[in-house]
Design a binder for this molecule. Structure first.
Ligand SMILES: [Fe+2]
Ligand SMILES: [Fe+2]
Length: 330
């Protein structure tokens, strides 16, 4: 569906999806060809090099200037969030009287709570995707994913209760919860993207489960140190679930990736990489395409392909010299 331009801040989820896909037309599925590399179009590569040389970065300076600019902000030591305290202290504005160990525990429980919430979203999203496209060989079955989803929900509920149990508020965005939410945003985006495959989604979920396993291990150690023994059994149970999740996700991802792997047949001439490059360069120029809002009609370039190839090679050497000077490398 093609939509007119809209204020993206006011879109609902369905509208945002439609808008994201409004520019995706033409080639789809197996017929698509990855032209992101410069070797598929030496003429355009030359344009890119020329333009990069013509328009150096507008802000002057490098990482050292950035560090200088950040320094006064760093020296202020403003935290990313204030420490969570028990509801009683928060209500009466006596946060400074709060127990620092309780604050530490509330912060880490809040972090796990935020992560489990994202875990639920990840599995809900993957289940939705597999329901739409079907189960694939080596990959997860819907009922297996639903089993994990139930356990993630149970972890979320347990953490909520645990926070309430020590006098905290589970709706508080703690500093560590804030960071956990930001960290996992990319993972949720990968799985929710309709263009990603199941193995690509599993890669994202594998990252989540690896971090989750370490998170529960640390929480268990913290609870033991703080002497909050009544949380220990539930944490141990959640930890065992997470170990199972990790093993399952890891095995599905490996099976799906390896399921597509076959030995690369050597080129009869023994020059596979070279022959591929040559054949790509001798292929016809890719058809015109639209790039990020600017239409490129792809007019025919003058000059022969061999000339363009020569220009790229010569230009490539020229382009490398300033970089070597700037970095001080020889
Ligand atoms: Fe979990
Ligand atoms: Fe998990």
């Amino acid at each position: 569906m093609i939509m007119a331009k809209k204020n993206t801040n006011r879109m609902n989820g369905a509208e945002a999806y439609d808008t994201a896909f409004a520019g995706v037309t033409g080639e789809t599925g197996a017929g698509m060809m990855n032209r992101s590399g410069t070797s598929t179009s030496p003429e355009d590569a030359l344009d890119v090099i020329r333009e990069a040389q013509r328009t150096p970065p507008s802000p002057k300076g490098d990482a050292r200037q950035l560090a200088e600019y950040r320094k006064p902000y760093l020296e202020q030591r403003i935290p990313i969030g204030s420490r969570p305290v028990a509801i009683d202290q928060a209500r009466t504005g006596r946060a400074e009287e709060g127990n620092t160990s309780v604050s530490l525990l509330l912060d880490k429980l809040g972090e796990r709570l935020a992560f489990e919430r994202q875990g639920v979203r990840l599995y809900e999203s993957l289940i939705g995707k597999i329901k739409a496209i079907g189960e694939e060989p080596g990959g997860p079955a819907i009922d297996e994913l639903e089993h994990i989803l139930d356990e993630e929900r149970a972890h979320f509920r347990f953490l909520s209760e645990a926070i309430v149990g020590i006098g905290g508020d589970p709706t508080v965005q703690t500093p560590c919860a804030n960071i956990a939410g930001i960290l996992s945003q990319g993972l949720v985006q990968v799985v929710a993207d309709p263009r990603t495959t199941v193995p690509q989604c599993l890669e994202a979920i594998l990252n989540a489960e690896l971090a989750d396993n370490d998170g529960w291990n640390l929480l268990q150690a913290l609870v033991a140190t703080l002497g909050v023994g009544d949380l220990g059994d539930r944490i141990e149970e959640a930890k065992e679930h997470e170990q199972d999740h990790l093993e399952m996700v890891r095995s599905w991802q490996a099976a799906m990736v390896m399921g597509n792997a076959a030995p690369i047949k050597p080129n009869p001439e023994g020059k596979q990489g070279r022959s591929q490059r040559v054949s790509t360069k001798s292929a016809s120029k890719p058809p015109s395409r639209t790039v990020a809002g600017s239409s490129r009609s792809g007019p025919a370039k003058t000059g022969t392909r061999s000339k363009a190839k020569e220009q790229v090679e010569v230009k490539g050497k020229v382009a490398s010299r300033p970089l070597a000077r700037k970095t001080g490398r020889k």
